[in-house]
Design a protein around this ligand. Structure first.
Ligand code: OAD
Length: 233
């Protein structure tokens, strides 16, 4: 049995046409985090925040999974419940590629959250026009994404898997945002082999056992093929 935890970030979806956060073309270059990704911003100017996420939700209709997402779905076909994919991404490209054992720790663009009753309905339309919550009918829906200062989803389940895994692989994440940025060190402390697949080296606090640079669409299928070959022997 080889338990694998894969942590993905914006870099895995970059080649699908979803912008990353940091770097020259990144979302955080064109927007100030504090204007669109904090509970305070939503309170001060809900329309701007809703429009920002409405635009990103709409943009999902024009993109699709790439070879890296598909490779992880292949990995799941072979490893089944021994694999858990934890994504920081709010896009739905992993599930469209076929991943099932998947945690969206920073929430999902295609879900809304009702600030009145707590419902988290599937949502594909705009929120800026303040539609009623399908459960309580109040016009209190916000994007179901985790903003700075809020608690990510399913932390206990993620940490349990990270501590128990044999192989930990981080893909396309800069390691700038905690708690996700701390998972490689945690896995390593509990004896896992750690691998990083990223366009460029990142400065992780605890170095990865293996750090490979390159495009996710090439590096991920190659790593998955190795893991599948290992499974077969
Ligand atoms: P970042 O934008 O911080 O980092 C993306 C990483 O992907 C960088 O290290 C890039 O070098 C790498 N990258 C870019 N293109 C790539 C490609 N084609 N193949 C492989 N790697 C590539 O995104 P995240 O690390 O995901 O949180 O950011 C973490 C969190 O910060 C996000 O979930 C979001 C953001 O603020 C919240 O909104 C709470």
């Amino acid at each position: 049995m080889t338990r694998i935890v894969v942590l993905t970030g914006a870099g895995i979806s970059a080649e699908s046409g979803v912008p990353t956060f940091r770097g020259a073309e990144g979302l955080w270059e064109g927007h100030r985090i504090e204007d669109v990704a904090t509970p305070e911003a939503f309170e001060a100017d809900p329309d701007t925040v809703q429009r920002f996420y409405d635009a990103r939700r709409r943009a999902l209709r024009t993109v699709g999974p790439n070879a890296a997402h598909r490779a992880l779905a292949r990995l799941e076909s072979a490893y089944g419940s021994e694999l858990l994919v934890v994504t920081q991404n709010v896009d739905d490209l992993h599930e469209r590629a076929g991943s099932i054992r998947l945690i969206h720790m920073h929430g999902e663009l295609r879900r809304a959250r009702c600030t009145a009753c707590g419902a988290r309905p599937r949502w594909d339309d705009d929120l800026a026009d303040r539609p009623p919550c399908p459960v309580c009918r109040r016009p209190a829906l916000r994007p179901d994404v985790v903003w700075f200062g809020e608690m990510p989803y399913e932390l206990a389940r993620i940490e349990e898997a990270v501590v128990a895994c044999d192989v930990f692989c981080a893909i396309g994440t800069s390691g700038a945002v905690y708690p996700a940025a701390g998972y490689a060190a945690l896995a390593s402390a509990f004896g896992a082999h750690t691998v990083e697949l990223n366009l460029e080296p990142t400065d992780a606090v605890v170095p990865f056992d293996e750090a490979r640079t390159g495009l996710a669409s090439e590096a991920v299928p190659a790593w998955v093929d190795e893991m599948l070959a290992r499974r077969a022997t």
